[in-house]
Design a binder for this molecule. Structure first.
Ligand code: NAP
Length: 353
């Protein structure tokens, strides 16, 4: 793939987990990255990106912007050929899903893509959507035509009350296709990752990916792990998919970017040999009835409806398009998990440094 470094590109959410690797790969390819961030004067947040830029052929410029502040991406986008729209909150246990998830996802996408309409240099917009814009609950698999999730399918079961994060990603991606379809200057290409794993550029990232893997080592799941089946993908493969989506001439449409159809018990098993002696890695699978009973008391997002419709139900997605059209060769799950867990240990996530 030929990366065109002759004009700058913009990456929203550059301080985040997924975007961190996109920015790293862009800088290493010699690209000038415009990074609109909420707080460009916070050196602590930018230190990891700055450290990469220092030794890479590309360069990074920061701008001040917020997903909810209309027009705030204009300066950062000026002159850019590609816009990577990655910023969107990925958090669990929020108190006000409308304000904390749906508004930034939906209004943010509208804000960034309408700015692309006003910016003549933009030729392509790569949107970081999610597999949760394809399915809401695992049980939705039963209604798929071929018994697997594909790019043809949309999440129709999530709402503000049930799986609000999935709902936020669904309404945001739908809005993106609507805005893209109303013009013909720039092309929208969408990346739909499953659960992203692997070491971050920032070892202290706030992405929910970190919260989950931390629970495998801090004893929170010592009694057993729910039989939650899920797709997983390495963060570096996700970044590669974004670059391919930006520069492959024929890239189009949505792309399921998911390396492995896996389960929480299998994720835990990848850690047992290397870390089982020193950390309380879950070794047992918790029965569904017990999860149904206790989960709502310990985790606000694990409602009884959520447990009923997900735990023990298969998750199968077709990742063929990402391999064929974007050329992604997925890393082994074991590698993503052990490197991620080791980073958590090294950064003091389990109380030692
Ligand atoms: P993350 O580390 O929490 O990154 C989220 C980014 O969004 C941060 O840079 C954050 O900036 C920015 N952001 C949030 N609210 C904002 C606002 N109001 N204005 C401007 N920026 C705002 O999460 P992530 O895991 O990297 O997720 C990045 C993208 O990947 C999201 O679109 C997410 O839905 C998608 N995704 C993630 C996964 C996964 O498993 N991690 C899977 C599928 C899709 P601050 O640093 O200022 O907070």
């Amino acid at each position: 793939m030929q990366i065109d470094s002759s004009s700058p590109v913009m990456v929203t959410g550059a301080t985040g987990y997924v975007a961190g690797w996109i920015v790293k790969k862009l800088l290493e390819a010699g690209v000038t990255v415009h990074a609109p961030v909420r707080d460009p004067d916070n050196p602590e947040k930018l230190q990891y990106l700055n450290a990469i830029a220092e030794h890479a052929p590309g360069s990074i410029r920061y701008f001040k912007a917020d997903l909810l502040a209309e027009g705030s991406y204009a300066e950062a986008m000026a002159g850019c050929s590609v816009v990577f729209h990655t910023a969107s909150p990925f958090r669990t246990g929020v108190a006000d899903p409308q304000k904390e998830l749906i508004d930034p996802a939906l209004l943010g996408t509208r804000n960034v893509l309408e700015e692309a309409n006003r910016t003549p240099s933009v030729q392509r917009v790569v949107l970081t959507s999610s597999c949760v814009a394809i399915y809401g609950d695992n049980i939705d698999l039963q209604d798929t035509p071929d018994g697997m999730f594909t790019e043809e399918i949309w999440n129709t079961t999530s709402s503000l009350e049930h799986q609000p994060y999935a709902f936020s990603k669904t309404v945001a991606e739908r809005e993106a296709w609507k805005i893209a379809g109303a013009q013909d200057r720039w092309r929208l290409v969408v990346v739909n990752p499953s659960l992203v794993l692997g070491p971050g550029i920032n070892p202290h990232a706030t992405s929910a990916s970190f919260d989950l893997i931390r629970q495998f080592g801090n004893g929170a799941m010592k009694a057993g792990v729910p039989d939650f089946r899920i797709g997983a993908v390495d963060v570096r493969d996700v970044a590669e998919a974004h670059l391919a989506a930006a520069w492959l001439p024929d890239a189009e449409g949505r792309h399921i970017v998911s390396g492995h159809n896996t389960t929480f018990p299998e994720l835990a098993r990848t850690l047992i040999d290397q870390y089982g002696a020193d950390y309380p890695i879950p070794r047992r699978t918790m029965p569904k009835w017990l999860v149904w009973l206790v989960a709502p008391m310990v985790n606000k997002d694990m409602t009884r409806k959520m447990v009923s419709r997900n735990i023990g139900h298969p998750w199968i997605a077709d990742n063929a398009k990402s391999k064929e059209a974007l050329g992604i060769a997925y890393r082994p799950l074991q590698e993503s998990m052990t490197e991620f867990f080791q980073q958590l240990i090294d950064s003091g996530a389990f109380g030692e440094e």
